[in-house]
Design a protein around this ligand. Structure first.
Ligand code: F6R
Length: 614
């Protein structure tokens, strides 16, 4: 759960590493470091300059600006600690006993303890507590004058997950990258090359990337990048052209990435539909092009995800059952992977992961596939592990999401699942043409409805300001509104550190209601749905316990006037569309409370954008 970057080319490496690390900070940000191979001046031996900081990248940048190493080859790292605390000594890059080999790493080396014991017995010394440090020492052990061969020999000994960028001062024109169960791309510039955890880090420099496969090694020299297996067999990698631009990855005038990304929700919703939906509700997915007969055979749908993506999975569960009439279940991937899952070869396994790299989701995907399920990854990242490992992919096309909290990608996930439900419903004939047309109309109206809601930002912020003094919140909803409640609560707690929990309206009486008093407000999702009247009854019960209520209601519905403390009026839309609008409203509400409380909403404490370890 770290960001890595490597550069080899004709320009000064340090400023490039600094900039790239800034863009990678969303992957982890508890400490950072760079190693730059310095140009030797006449008569001097080649040397590597290492600069580290035990805090965020900004502190590293300050140090580098004060003392800028000069060289054309370097590697950098921003860390999210797994083994060993975020200290100076544990910050990457790590090196061997002689300070010649330098390594940055993302992932976890599962057998590091036994490798470390073996190497220590042979005289290697390990100043840090990290698992990573075994890598340079193992390479040192196998080094017989050929750095690449030593890297391959070392990596064959390693179990677990790694994305690595490495160099040796003995081989000053070689930068090596390698990956296993962790993402890594090689950027191809004009006579210059990059190795990075993902594309976001390098888009200002190049839009052409090679995506490394599992267990592959990239050897980058001034002559080009060559990819091979650990056995040295050359691999012909595909060059992908990425159409993101630099401005997309920057804040675009907003105070925070999170706010900018919420404001991109209308586009995210539109992009998830683009080119996929016809007027009569037929849906096609280019990278998940499964014949109707095969889909007609599907007996059940399993939706897997974590965090916000699990909430998207729950939305998928509701609409697939409702529209397509196929049994569907949303599962926490981290639990699913340790159960004895009942999945068969007529199951459709839908994995929901914006990053495409969430470790638990990937393992659960592999397990469902092993049992013969047809699988599809709904993801924002082209050629991510989930997209490559599943039978097909439904890409969100949302552009990069830098804020750690998922916002626009959840909306794109939701729309994608609506489309998938429609696709299943149209092949099995469960939904009439008229109903499909109604749903298409509702979906097509969404981007404009989201835009209009975003224009009401000040109204939402005023409500958030009013509620920002409370230390506890309950979010309650029913049906699709229950998923909105769970997500509203997650968003608030993760970016403001205010306690919040989500409950179904039905569950409320079975425990959570005991918490309520005048200091414990409830956000009640009371927009149009089959169970709206039951939510209204819930609000009466809540008010009777003196808890303040902020209710989301549909325009024209006056049933909570004078009952709820505050009402926020939503347009009259299809229930499915209301999930999108209610979610955007609650994202803005949570954002404002987080900002009001002075929290770092883009990089909340203890979290990272992509959780690539269990
Ligand atoms: C919350 C959030 C996380 C992610 C979760 C899964 O705002 O972002 O809960 O949803 O870590 O991530 P992906 O979707 O990348 O698998």
């Amino acid at each position: 759960m770290c960001g890595i970057i490597g550069y080899l080319g004709g320009r000064e490496a340090t400023p490039i590493l600094m900039e790239s690390l800034k863009r990678l900070e969303y992957r982890g940000y508890d400490s950072a470091g760079v190693a730059v191979l310095e140009q030797p001046t006449a008569g001097q031996a080649i040397r590597t300059s290492v600069t580290k900081s035990e805090a965020k990248v900004d502190m590293l940048i300050e140090k580098l600006e004060a003392n800028m190493p000069s060289g054309k080859l370097g590697i950098g790292h921003t860390r999210w600690a797994t083994h060993g605390k975020p200290t100076y000594i544990n910050a990457h890059p790590h090196t061997d006993c002689h300070g010649k080999i330098f390594v940055v790493h993302n992932g976890i080396i599962e057998n590091f303890a036994e490798l470390k014991a073996e190497l220590e017995a042979e005289g290697h010394e390990f100043p840090s507590e990290t698992d990573t440090e075994v890598v340079p020492h193992l390479i040192e052990k196998y080094y017989k004058g050929d750095f690449l061969a030593a890297v391959r020999a070392a990596l064959k000994r390693i179990k677990g997950a790694y994305a690595l960028a490495m160099f040796s001062s003995e081989d000053p024109e070689l930068l090596v990258g390698a990956r296993l169960n962790a993402p890594l791309v090689v950027g191809l510039g004009e006579k210059e090359y990059y190795i990075a955890s993902d594309i976001t880090a390098i888009i200002p420099y190049t839009k052409r990337v090679l995506v490394l496969g599992e267990g592959e090694v990239a050897a980058v020299t001034p002559l080009g990048a060559e990819v091979s297996t650990l056995d040295g067999v050359t691999v012909k990698s595909k060059v992908v052209h990425v159409d993101w631009d630099v401005a997309q990855a920057q804040k675009g005038g907003y105070d925070h990435f999170m706010l900018k990304e919420i404001h991109e929700s209308d586009d995210a919703v539109a992009n998830a539909m683009r080119g996929r939906l016809t007027d009569d509700g037929s849906v096609s997915f280019r990278e998940f092009d499964v014949p109707d007969e095969q889909l007609r055979d599907i007996t059940d749908v399993l939706l897997l995800g974590m965090g916000t993506s699990l909430h998207a999975a729950m939305i998928g569960e509701y609409v697939i059952e409702d529209w397509a009439g196929i049994p569907a279940r949303a599962e926490d991937a981290s639990e699913f992977r340790y159960r004895r899952p009942t999945v068969g070869n007529k199951t459709l396994d839908v994995v929901i992961t914006q990053s495409g790299e969430t470790a638990d989701t990937l393992v659960a995907l592999h397990q469902a596939r092993e049992r013969g399920a047809l699988s599809v990854a709904v993801t924002n990242v082209i050629a991510s592990s989930a997209a490559r490992d599943a039978d097909g992919a439904i890409y969100l096309h949302s552009g990069p999401e830098i804020g750690v909290a998922s916002t626009k990608t959840l909306l794109a996930h939701t729309v994608s699942l609506f489309l998938l439900a429609l696709r299943l419903a149209s092949v099995n004939g469960r939904v009439s043409l008229e109903r499909r047309q109604e749903l298409v109309e509702a979906l097509r109206a969404l981007p404009e409805q989201v835009r209009m809601l975003l224009e009401r930002e000040e109204e939402i912020f005023a409500l958030a300001d009013k509620y920002s003094g409370y230390r506890n919140f309950m979010y309650a909803g029913r049906g699709l509104g229950y998923t909105v409640a769970l997500e509203g609560a997650l968003k608030l707690k993760e970016i403001s550190y205010v306690h919040a929990e989500g409950t179904s309206g039905g569950l409320l009486k079975h425990g959570p209601i005991a918490l309520l008093d005048e200091q414990f407000p409830v956000v009640a999702i009371c927009t149009v749905s089959a169970t709206k009247d039951k939510m209204v009854s819930n609000v009466h019960e809540i008010v009777a316990r003196n808890a303040p209520v902020l209710a989301l209601v549909t325009e024209g519905d006056r049933s909570l006037d004078g009952v709820a403390t505050d009402v926020f009026v939503m347009p009259a839309v299809e229930e499915a569309a209301s999930v999108i609008l209610n979610t955007v409203m609650l994202q803005l509400f949570a954002y404002r409370i987080g900002v009001k409380l002075g929290q770092d909403v883009d990089q909340p404490r203890n979290l990272a954008k992509s959780v690539t370890v269990e």
